[in-house]
Design a protein around this ligand. Structure first.
Ligand code: MG
Length: 266
């Protein structure tokens, strides 16, 4: 047989095998096997693409190599006030943290990332003031707002009962946490948040947003389906929006933060 004919047959065989493999892979991904012959060889259910990227989990001074570092203790360059001005929060070089501070003008000092995000994995460490001041929602209150509207509550809840849908780890006034996993007041807590942003087409929501939260490694929100923006009064408001900032709340408590990083999921 002519060499070129052999080559074409070989290419065709590879193509057929590849198409069959793709079909089986797709069927398993979807969990739909109708009309596809069940594989009888182990190789038929072993796939080699897509190859996951390599991520060094501690590649950037202990932070995953593909993460965007939002605060590492040196500066707040990734952040701004609501009006676009520079944050007034204090930086504590000793423990590489920053503490909510209203500055000389004593203006409310929520800060938000300059960068807008969609779905993310977010790591935040926070600490309520060691010296207990106030009670209820006034004690060590802050919050991580995803896309500027969905609050994962931060609160010093140790010996401090509040309404449970507003306690630490709640999705404020929408979802009671599965546990209160706080460390003693004045010690560092971690939040690891997996947020899938809602998707809108025009005015219609075509995919709901979800939030999963690990508080000090303990699951406190398990793929909660967001109902709308978290609000203090009234129903959650579900209005279409696109990418938006991550916001940290100033609730008039000097809560501190450190080691904030994010991995984009879309
Ligand atoms: Mg709050």
């Amino acid at each position: 047989m002519h060499k070129s004919v052999c080559f074409l047959i070989l290419v065709f065989c590879f193509y057929v095998a590849d198409a069959q493999e793709n079909k089986i892979q797709k069927a398993i991904e979807l969990g739909v096997y109708d009309g596809i012959k069940e594989p009888t060889k182990h190789e038929e259910t072993e796939f080699y693409t897509p190859v996951p990227p390599v991520v060094n989990p501690v590649g950037q001074n202990g932070v995953p190599s593909d993460a965007i570092v939002l605060f590492d203790g040196t500066n707040l360059d990734a952040w701004e006030n609501n009006d676009g001005s520079k944050p007034t929060w204090k930086i504590n070089s000793e423990d590489k943290s920053t503490t909510i501070d209203r500055g000389p003008e004593n203006k409310r000092a929520n800060i938000k990332t300059k960068q807008k995000f969609g779905s993310v994995q977010l790591h935040v460490e926070w600490k309520a003031p060691e010296k207990i001041k106030g009670k209820g929602q006034s004690r060590g209150n802050s919050g991580v707002f995803l896309q500027e509207r969905y609050e994962v509550q931060i609160l010093d809840n140790n010996n401090n009962d509040v309404y449970v849908n507003g306690q630490v780890g709640s999705i404020y006034k929408q979802s009671i946490p599965l546990a209160n996993a706080s460390v003693p007041t004045g010690e560092w807590n971690t939040y690891d948040i997996i947020f899938h942003a809602p998707i809108y087409k025009g005015k219609k929501k075509i995919k709901a947003g979800t939030i999963t939260v690990l508080h000090n490694g303990v699951l406190v929100q398990d793929h909660f389906i967001i109902k709308g923006a978290t609000s203090y009064i009234g129903w959650p408001k579900d209005k279409p929006h696109g990418k938006a900032s991550i916001k940290l709340q100033d609730h008039n408590s000097p809560v501190s933060f450190r080691n904030i990083w994010v991995r984009e999921l879309d």
